[in-house]
Design a protein around this ligand. Structure first.
Ligand code: 5GP
Ligand code: ZN
Length: 115
């Protein structure tokens, strides 16, 4: 999608500190980190949000993206102490970039419930 900042990160048009790439997903550090580790996990395919992942293709995309997030968390050493993997959806969810992404947050004790 031409006007999407995360599609531009996928293509390299906008620079980002990349953690890991696979054939269909990218992990990169958030510009405005909310924890010692704050990485965004995105599918390379543009979908506005998780609610748009439907049918067999949606199942495959979500499964592969979450499996990739697992690999990233392990490689960043987060498994032992734990972490949070969240996806904000739409206005009430607090979403500000409309390309499906998961926040991988770790490295400190996170509070719950979120504000
Ligand atoms: P949302 O609010 O949609 O759940 O999360 C969007 C996230 O993307 C925010 O945490 C924000 O800091 C991050 N972000 C927005 N623009 C950029 C960018 O150009 N590069 C990087 N690395 N992160 C970005
Ligand atoms: Zn996009």
């Amino acid at each position: 999608m031409t006007d999407c900042v995360f599609c531009k990160i996928v293509s390299g048009e906008i620079p980002a500190k990349i953690v890991k790439r696979s054939a269909d997903a990218v992990a990169f550090y958030d510009l405005n980190p909310q924890a010692p580790v704050h990485v965004l996990i995105i599918p390379t395919t543009h979908l506005a949000a998780g609610r748009d992942a439907r049918g067999e293709d949606g199942v495959r995309l979500l499964g592969r993206t979450l499996a990739f997030a697992n690999e990233v968390a392990t490689e960043l050493g987060l498994d032992a102490r734990g972490y949070r993997l969240v996806s904000n959806t739409g206005a009430d969810g607090g979403q500000s970039v409309f390309h499906l992404h998961f926040h991988l947050l770790g490295g400190r004790r996170l509070s719950w419930p979120p504000g």
